[in-house]
Design a protein around this ligand. Structure first.
Ligand SMILES: Cc1ncc(COP(=O)(O)O)c(C=O)c1O
Length: 464
């Protein structure tokens, strides 16, 4: 049977993309049937008078786009036309990684969303609605974007009416807009003693005061929050009640209800950051459900679909929704309608929920790898999500532990970098299981951490 040689004569642009385009067209037109074996990339390079690097790059890209698949020892084959990108092996879709093993960054597993976003973008490109997306929007957001937000929020456990939904350019933007709209210089913003520190940087830029609320093994302590309210008259409390950043603790329903009660009693605004919420399987209702008139609920698609979309939604108490919209307006005029359209389509056709599920399952498998590598006694705090919090055995200082891991080729974060008061920080580290594309390097990194844990603790940095 004749081997496949693409016709590149009328094509322009980089050669590897020409090959890719020709392949996609031939598959779509049935000229390359499912199961067809493609020529080895060296053979194709020879036939096309190109370098093997070019054909290898074209094949690698085609694998990523789920057009073809490689089978060890057998060759490269065209995938079936009705193959859904959901079925692709994650390994074919993940980011490349070299150098030190990076367990310090709390990012979603990459690649799952790529084929879906590619599809949706091409649908948008040929849709007459594109023109409206390219224009400045009027004073209201596009209704179908709000409806998508409503559906995403419902999946998060928040029943929202459209006028309370504010699309934002990611969770971080949502938090900043909230602080800008609802707090003024000098106001006191409380946060969990260990927290997502960019919020502290925002507070500093906005000349807010900040205060830490004590936590225990179950998360923020309601009595400590109440004491702060009594003594210091805070304006707002920022918190991550689900898969807390960085400790991974999920607050119980009782504590959520109690925090809502205290906030109501003292008139404190709650900024509930739930960007990790979609990664948690069984969780209590959001605090926004207990205190809807006081809570700005922040969600985004960054951790479950793709951070590069930069799309999130706020659910605001009715009386402050327009102030939040003004903050969006002031900062970016309007949340970029193009990625918002992509996100909305993914939400509406169910893809976003499926992608969140894919992230959840993979993260959970990886969390098990942590427990396997470090041992159940050490890694007690099994959680869903991408990060893992590890209090260090007696005698270890977290900065020393981190440098020792770095010396052995693994990057992690020390607990102190999340502390509102460095002096009170526990000697602990945070590991993230999702930045490394393949499980092999993750396991290698975890084995190194396990080896460092077996060392005699040292309280001062080693001299290299
Ligand atoms: C707790 C927390 N909130 C918010 C964000 C920012 O999310 P987004 O990418 O949606 O802006 C992050 C990002 O890492 C985070 O860890």
């Amino acid at each position: 049977m004749a081997i496949w040689i693409p016709d590149l004569s009328s094509r322009e642009g980089p050669k590897y993309l020409q090959i890719l385009e020709a392949m996609a067209e031939d598959i779509a037109a049935g000229r390359l049937a499912a199961g067809t074996r493609l020529p080895p990339h060296r053979e194709l390079a020879y036939q096309l008078n190109l370098s093997p690097n070019t054909t290898s790059r074209a094949y690698a890209e085609a694998v990523k786009r789920a057009l073809i698949k490689g089978e060890v020892g057998r060759g490269t084959f065209v995938r079936s036309a009705d193959f859904s990108p959901d079925q692709a092996e994650p390994e074919t879709l993940l980011r490349e990684s070299r150098g030190p093993i990076d367990l310090s960054r709390n990012l979603p597993l990459p690649g799952f969303s790529e084929p879906h976003i590619r599809r949706v973008m091409s649908e948008i490109a040929s849709d007459t609605g594109l023109r409206a997306l390219l224009d400045y929007q009027t004073d209201t957001d596009l209704v179908h974007h709000l409806e998508a937000g409503q559906s995403w929020l419902a999946d998060c456990g928040v029943e929202a009416s459209l006028e309370c939904i504010v699309p934002v350019a990611g969770g971080q933007h949502g938090i900043l807009c909230t602080l800008m709209a609802l707090l003024k210089p000098g106001d006191l913003l409380l946060a969990e003693a260990l927290t997502y520190t960019p919020v502290l940087a925002m507070a500093s830029r906005l000349n807010l005061q900040t205060g830490a609320v004590a936590m225990d093994a179950q998360g923020l302590i309601p009595e400590a929050f109440e004491a702060c309210c009594r003594e210091a008259n805070p304006k707002a409390l920022y918190l991550t009640p689900t898969l807390q950043a960085p400790t991974t603790v999920t607050l119980s329903e009782d504590r959520r209800a109690e925090i809502a009660r205290i906030a109501d009693h003292y008139g404190v605004i709650l900024i509930e950051d739930d960007v990790f919420g979609p990664l948690k399987c069984d969780k209590p209702a959001p605090i926004a459900r207990f205190a809807p008139d006081l809570t700005v609920y922040v969600t985004s698609l960054s951790k479950s679909v793709a951070p590069g979309l930069r799309i999130g939604f706020l659910h605001a108490p009715r009386k402050v929704a327009s102030a939040l919209r003004q903050s969006v307006n002031l900062s970016v005029w309007m949340t970029p309608p193009m990625p918002l359209e992509v996100a909305s389509r993914l939400i509406k056709d169910g893809t976003a929920a499926r992608l969140a599920e894919q992230q959840r399952q993979t993260a959970s498998r990886r969390q098990q790898l942590v427990q396997r590598a470090l041992g159940m006694d050490t890694a007690k705090q099994f959680s869903d999500g991408f990060h893992f919090w590890l209090p260090l055995p007696e005698g270890w200082r977290a900065d020393v532990f981190r440098s020792e891991c770095a010396r052995m080729g693994v990057h992690i974060s020390e607990g102190r970098s999340f502390a509102m008061n460095a002096a009170d920080a526990p000697e602990a580290i945070r590991l993230c299981v999702s930045h490394e594309p393949g499980e092999e390097r993750l396991i290698q990194g975890l084995d190194i951490i396990a080896a460092v844990l077996r060392q005699k603790p040292c309280g001062t940095p080693l001299t290299l």
